[in-house]
Design a protein around this ligand. Structure first.
Ligand SMILES: [Zn+2]
Length: 129
């Protein structure tokens, strides 16, 4: 008697199943990700794109250990220029803000950008774009 009166909303069921599959896929991708910062990935999942790399997850630590590649160079360079809109950027601030990157890598990129005259660093440590 109860079985006859039970109606399954198939549209709702399929939508719930799809949402579940999407969430599980996101978790699987998160766990298999071995390049991007885990904190950034998590923040992006919740549509927060304002977070900076954590510097302490396994992916961030691995990034600090690897030699400076062309891809990493570009990534660091982009991160530096992302700060361009802010006023009064100092070398200390830049190191604090981009602490997720190896300090030697940052210095290497900054030296290159100075040689190419894309960035200037004055005696007080102010970065001028
Ligand atoms: Zn991280």
């Amino acid at each position: 008697m109860y079985n006859d009166s039970f109606k399954l909303n198939i549209t709702d069921y399929l939508l719930r199943k799809q949402n579940f599959t999407t969430r599980i896929d996101a978790i699987i991708n998160y766990l298999h990700n071995n390049t991007n910062c885990k904190a950034l990935e998590l923040a992006a999942y919740f549509n927060d794109f304002s977070t900076t790399a954590c510097g302490i997850c396994d992916n961030c630590i691995n990034k600090k250990l690897i030699p400076l590649s062309a891809t990493l160079f570009t990534e660091i360079s982009d991160a530096i220029f992302a700060l361009k809109s802010m006023e009064n950027i100092t070398l200390n601030y830049l190191h604090a803000k981009l602490f997720a990157y190896n300090k030697n890598h940052l210095t290497e990129v900054l030296n290159y950008l100075q040689k190419e005259e894309k960035v200037k660093i004055d005696r007080a440590g102010n970065i001028i774009f």
